[in-house]
Write a protein that binds this ligand. Structure first.
Ligand code: FES
Length: 273
């Protein structure tokens, strides 16, 4: 049993849960996730947004989209989650490379956060671009501002930052040779990640994405999280979730996700479209 220490709302339907899980807190690395499971409910994969080893806690940012996630976010501090398995997935490769751009869309920003933090700690010059539908859907801006050299915000309705999409500020950076980064990380809805990969491809800038296919067991056994990367079958839960975005078959990924539209499920890593 894992005790909830704090439950706060950070955007519409998006909760930040701080949970006692000392073993996971100690061993997790940026990019990894856990699978949360309540009795009789679905197994829900969630990226570990942060940890506090001293307090033995992990932070999960959860968008309540289905019955399982709604059940979890309805719990208050002092209540317990039945099962948290992890850390799972491959850790991000963190190196000092120079200029790095990290891009987060909607709840994808929660997945981006630990990665951006580790890249900054490794000494990279970090530009962060985050976006959402409107101001209330932009999360973690203050936390990211602490270690980003530059933070750009976009909203579709212009209520915060530039009006438009994250691809706008990215286009300016790519066009300027002096600002062009060595590597870009993009995490958000599939159409956003696909668009960014097409944007960076002509410049030859390596672009890493974190994929969010349907997951069931999280151990490579069920095949639910199958994706095609460089024309090979990969399982996001054990081979990823991070992949070279220029090699990902986004059309197939989007088609597989469309199969579940209208279903009340939580078995994908939660992202806000
Ligand atoms: Fe079952 Fe990845 S979740 S193979």
């Amino acid at each position: 049993m894992f005790e909830i220490v704090e439950n706060s709302i950070i955007a519409p339907n998006v909760h930040r849960l701080i949970i006692k899980a000392p073993r996971v807190a100690k061993s997790r690395k940026p990019g990894q996730f856990v699978i949360v499971h309540e009795e009789g409910g679905e197994r829900i994969p969630l990226t570990i947004a942060d940890e506090n080893i001293e307090n033995g806690t992990i932070t999960l940012i959860i968008q309540a989209v289905g019955e399982g996630t709604k059940q979890i976010v309805s719990k208050q501090a002092g209540e317990f989650i039945r099962d948290i398995a992890g850390p799972l997935g491959k850790a991000s490769e963190i190196e000092k490379v120079g200029k790095v751009v990290c891009i987060g869309g909607g709840v994808g920003t929660a997945v981006l956060f630990p990665l951006a933090k580790a890249l900054a700690a490794a000494g990279n010059d970090l530009t962060t671009i985050i976006g959402g539908r409107s101001e209330s859907f932009v999360i973690l801006k203050d936390e990211l501002a602490v270690f980003s050299t530059q933070l750009k915000i976009t909203t579709e309705d212009g209520s915060l930052g530039d009006k438009g999409f994250v691809t706008g500020p990215l286009a300016e950076i790519l066009e300027d040779e002096t600002r062009r980064p060595e590597i870009i990380y993009a995490i958000g809805p599939v159409p956003m990640m696909a668009a960014i990969c097409e944007q960076t491809r002509p410049y030859g800038v390596k672009t890493i994405v974190s994929l969010n296919p349907i997951m069931v067991d999280g151990t490579g056994m069920c095949g639910g999280c199958r994706v095609t990367v460089a024309n090979k079958v990969k399982f996001a839960c054990v081979d990823g979730p991070e992949f070279d975005g220029h090699e990902v078959d986004f059309k197939e990924l989007a088609a597989r996700q469309r199969q579940y539209v209208g279903h009340d499920h939580d078995r994908h890593k939660c992202r806000m479209d």
